[in-house]
Design a protein around this ligand. Structure first.
Ligand code: PMP
Length: 360
């Protein structure tokens, strides 16, 4: 098989060991004679898979007992609507930190539901940094942040400090499980699985039980968080295979030594590539300001469009996949989620160095 180095932004690289385990179990899951895909979601075998995923995630992320873990569909994009539908109540204002396109999209959906306010924004600076300085509205329903900006390559390094009555809600689609976070400071965290958690198809929601009391009864059943919380995410058919893959990924994270070890490895991987950028005499430039740099998505540009094209072409010839920047902003981007091995980042760093040397 051709050796490739997968730097896709999502769906993204999965741990090889996870894919191999899924392959071994594909046709006959635990001597059932069935594939996981063929199991009833009401069967004990399936329920065990889902419960295992939930317990693993709770332990890995240190999720307190007064939080529910829900499995939803519709991606993070559906959460953009679900969050305001459930928590932006009459007389309140939803507060958003604008740190990139995904937070803009989240805000756009909230505007359809009720009153909104931009608590901070780095739009004027091309989203080159995290807008940490907050100015909240009166009567805030919640504050929404995007912890990692997949397109612009920036990441919150701190957790916003809010008054106890203001729920903090975060889209962690592109950095969940990549570092230790104080879950107890958040009221709700959501993440599409397809970067650090598994394949696409499932969205993980971690929500404080207290907050669920605010969900209005009149909402469509499948958009009400209570439906998922009350029914153990089994009100209807969940994405069973995606949740099975999630459970395998979580086992893999535990095998690596847990989130703290993963975090240290991620920092080392990111440093390798940022170092090449910083020591390239501005041949490579990183649009993200150093204090806001993401350890998940490293964005960089080359001196001209022509060189960018040449770089991407040669990279693909060398087996590097997924290095073009998001179609909205161009340039290059290496997404180095948990499952991207250190060795692949070393290969990329070497390739970048060689490309520059050959150009000089
Ligand atoms: N938020 C962030 C931070 C993302 O990176 C993405 C997808 N790349 C989304 C939301 C949208 O996710 P989905 O495609 O699961 O709706």
């Amino acid at each position: 098989m051709k050796q490739v180095f997968n730097f896709n932004a999502g769906p993204a690289a999965l741990p090889k060991e996870v894919l191999q385990k899924a392959q071994v179990e594909l046709l006959n899951y635990q001597e059932s004679g069935l594939s996981v895909m063929e199991l009833s979601h009401r069967s004990m075998l399936y329920e065990n898979i889902q419960n295992h995923a939930t317990e693993r995630l709770r332990k890995l992320m240190n999720i307190p007992a007064d939080y529910d873990i829900l499995y939803m569909q519709g991606g993070a994009s559906l959460q953009f609507s679900a969050v305001p539908m459930n928590f932006l109540t009459e007389g309140k204002t939803a507060n958003y930190c604008l740190s990139g396109s995904w937070s803009e999209k989240a805000l756009k959906e909230a505007k359809k539901i009720g009153r909104t306010h931009i608590a901070s924004s780095s739009k004027e600076e091309n989203y080159s940094h995290i807008p940490e300085h907050l100015e909240l509205s009166e009567n805030p329903a919640y504050l929404h942040i995007t912890s990692n900006n997949t397109i612009f390559g920036t990441q919150w390094k701190t957790t916003p400090e809010l008054d106890a009555e203001v729920p903090l809600i975060a889209d962690m689609s592109s950095d969940i499980l990549s570092r230790t976070i104080p879950v107890e400071k958040y009221s709700l965290i959501y993440a599409g699985a397809q970067k650090n958690l598994g394949p696409s198809g499932v969205t993980v929601v971690i929500v404080k039980k207290e907050l669920l009391k605010r969900c209005p009864d009149h909402l469509p059943t499948m958009l009400n968080y209570q439906t998922f919380a009350k029914n153990g995410s089994l009100y209807n058919t969940p994405p069973t295979f995606s949740i099975y893959m999630l459970s395998l990924v979580l086992d893999w994270v535990a095998d690596q030594g847990g989130v703290a070890q993963i975090e240290a490895m991620n920092a080392e991987k990111a440093e390798l590539i940022y170092h090449v950028i910083d020591s390239s005499d501005s041949f490579y430039k990183g649009p993200a300001q150093p204090g806001s740099r993401s350890n998940m998505n490293v964005t960089f540009t080359l001196p001209t469009d022509e060189l960018t094209k040449k770089f991407l072409y040669e990279a693909s010839e060398h087996g590097f996949i997924g290095l073009s920047g998001h179609r909205m902003i161009g340039g290059c981007r290496a997404s180095i989620y948990n499952a991207v091995p250190l060795a692949h980042c070393e290969r990329l760093a070497q390739f970048m160095t060689d490309f520059r040397t050959n150009f000089m």
